[in-house]
Design a protein around this ligand. Structure first.
Ligand SMILES: Cc1cc2nc3c(=O)[nH]c(=O)nc-3n(C[C@H](O)[C@H](O)[C@H](O)COP(=O)(O)OP(=O)(O)OC[C@H]3O[C@@H](n4cnc5c(N)ncnc54)[C@H](O)[C@@H]3O)c2cc1C
Length: 544
């Protein structure tokens, strides 16, 4: 029996798996994929949907983190810069290069407590938090060269008085630098890692919470609870990975019952999505009066994404939402640069996430390290690996290092393998999207160009399988609006673990920006009917 008296079902009682992963964010799914590909028997449990927490609320950049150079976080920046191109090659459908325009103005202020600030204050006290242009250029030179860039174009200086980049900006911004980073569809990245893990033999269970994990006779006994039915089962595993993101410390203390000196600092970051604010396809990197930075990013063709804030988030159980002060802050910040002020009327949606930063007792939310920390703990009598912090950009490296630590306990497992292997749908050249779109339209002439582009940017060369044998649009079943059809939703339910309309319209896609509440409700009803039919006599019933 569990502590609350509910009966526990011993599923797969004779089976002992190698690795159990708590948490279906990018770190948990990345570790599960890597481990399954090395031949380990793996199960992962996610208490909500995949990527339902931090991993769908990021700024969606594979980036080195230009501003971390101010903190001299050279290892983190270098690793992330190198990784950008490795990731881009593995998923050219959901990731693509982007150019960032950094307008330079002599009055820009930078954070005062970074190592760079302290050094400059000592050497050039008259600068009072400002940065000379040569220093920004030097930082960008480092950013260009530290990571051995091969695909992405280098930094250049631009004259904002001419050309499209200066057009949306106020007239006193005359000079800028332009550098490269990459975009990534964060929540699709998680779903594709989970899918690939499953294809390599991992069991991925969503809407399933780990309520308890204890060591009995040298094995982890992990108790899982289905969040729909309340049914419980236990899994026995040799190794436990805690990739609970913001919950990592809570899991150590309350789910596993261990004491810990390690912790996370919860820092909320919010974004606003506005109507499209300018016509070109580049992003802006704006440096604020308070030393912080924000990005404005062309988003989903018709919108602009602006973020982010950095606010300590006190209560883990309080769902992060963009507070009105955060929205005002972002609007004002962007309006100090943009000619046409951005107002609340321009905002069409907001989202917010909690960064689970390793608690290194840094003085401010902005200054807390973005690096990841892996801590192996054998104190319970079986190995437990706790994952603190990290970035979307470093998830694959983090997984490799996690597996390195696990290898001591699983000497039979294979070597690192993920660096050159594409994610599902991504096995084509980095500049091959347009060619696949062309082929897709040739095979399915009923597609419009934006529809084909959307499918290829989501499913890559698997877009052909998503559409199957359809000859007419009507062969794809019910049309839920914005080119979303029953056939595509079925794919998402069968292959990508989607169960609700929210999973489909906000995480597997961003069609929530285009569908009406009534259309989303209709989608929910349809999906519910499919699930009810599929669940009858299957799934959980089978293990009771
Ligand atoms: C505003 C913001 C912007 C960011 N921008 C970027 C960026 O541009 N580039 C970048 O590289 N990084 C960025 N990051 C960082 C990045 O998003 C995070 O580091 C990363 O998503 C963390 O992933 P995770 O898997 O550790 O956590 P999560 O995604 O939160 O996953 C943890 C999962 O564990 C589950 N869980 C918890 N407890 C249990 C339990 N008991 N049982 C089962 N499941 C459980 C949760 O439901 C959750 O889904 C950003 C972060 C924020 C907040």
């Amino acid at each position: 029996m569990n502590p609350d008296g509910a009966p526990v079902t011993q599923a797969d009682t004779n089976d002992i798996i190698d690795l159990f992963v708590i948490g279906g964010g990018i770190n948990g799914c990345g570790i599960a994929r890597d481990a399954a590909g090395r031949g380990l028997r793996v199960e992962l449990a996610e208490m909500n949907d995949l990527a339902s927490e931090t991993s769908s609320a990021s700024t969606k950049l594979f980036h080195g983190g230009l501003r971390y150079l101010e903190y001299w976080e050279l290892r983190l920046v270098r690793e992330a810069l190198v990784e950008r191109e490795t990731l881009l090659r593995a998923m050219p459908h959901i990731s693509w290069p982007m150019r960032f325009v950094l307008p330079y103005h002599q009055d820009m202020r930078f954070e005062s407590n970074t190592p760079t600030s302290k050094l400059l204050n000592a050497l050039m006290p008259w600068m009072k938090g400002r940065r000379p242009a040569w220093l920004i250029r030097f930082g960008l030179f480092l950013y260009d060269t530290l990571g051995g860039r091969k695909i992405l174009p280098p930094t250049r200086s631009i004259d904002l008085r001419h050309g499209p980049e200066g057009a949306p900006l106020k007239g006193h911004f005359t000079k800028a630098y332009e550098y490269s980073d990459c975009w990534v569809e964060d929540s699709r990245l998680v779903a594709l890692n989970a899918r690939d893990a499953a294809a390599r033999g991992a069991r991925i269970t969503t809407r399933t919470k780990v309520t308890m994990a204890q060591v009995v006779d040298g094995l982890w006994h992990v108790t899982l609870q289905d969040q729909y039915s309340g049914a419980r089962r236990t899994v026995r595993a040799r190794f436990l990975v805690n990739a609970g993101g913001p919950w990592v410390e809570n899991i150590i203390r309350n789910t596993i019952g261990l004491d810990t000196k390690e912790g996370v600092r919860l820092v909320r970051g919010s974004h606003i999505i506005t109507r499209k604010l300018y016509d070109h396809d580049k992003c802006y990197f704006f440096q604020g009066q308070d030393g912080r930075i924000i990005f404005t990013i062309p988003y989903e063709t018709d919108f602009t994404l602006i973020g982010t804030t950095d606010v300590d988030h006190k209560d883990l159980e309080e769902k992060p939402v963009c507070q009105s002060e955060e929205q005002d802050y972002l609007l004002q910040f962007a309006s100090t640069y943009l000619k046409a002020p951005v107002t609340a009327e321009d905002v069409v949606a907001t989202y917010s996430g909690v960064r689970p930063l390793y608690n290194d007792a840094a003085s401010s939310a902005t200054a807390a390290t973005r690096d990841y920390v892996l801590k192996l703990d054998n104190s319970a009598g079986a190995p437990l690996l706790n994952v603190f912090g990290g970035k979307i950009t470093t998830y694959r490296k983090l997984a490799e290092q996690a597996l390195q630590q696990i290898s001591e306990h699983a000497p039979q497992m294979g070597q690192a393998w993920t660096a050159g292997v594409a994610l599902p749908g991504g096995d084509f050249p980095v500049d091959g999207v347009d060619e696949i779109i062309r082929q897709l339209i040739t095979k399915f002439p009923f597609l419009t160009a934006p529809w084909a582009r959307r499918l290829v940017k989501a499913y890559g060369n698997e877009a052909f399988d998503v559409l199957g044998a359809a000859q007419l649009a009507s062969d794809l079943g019910e049309d839920f609006g914005a080119s979303l059809t029953a056939r595509e939703v079925t794919w998402l339910m069968d292959k990508e673990f989607a169960q609700t309309a929210e999973d489909v319209v906000w995480r597997r896609s961003k069609l929530g920006l285009r569908l009406s509440p009534a259309q989303i409700e209709r989608l929910q009803t349809w999906m519910q009917q499919q699930l009810t039919a599929a669940r009858t006599g299957q799934a959980w019933a089978a293990i009771q």
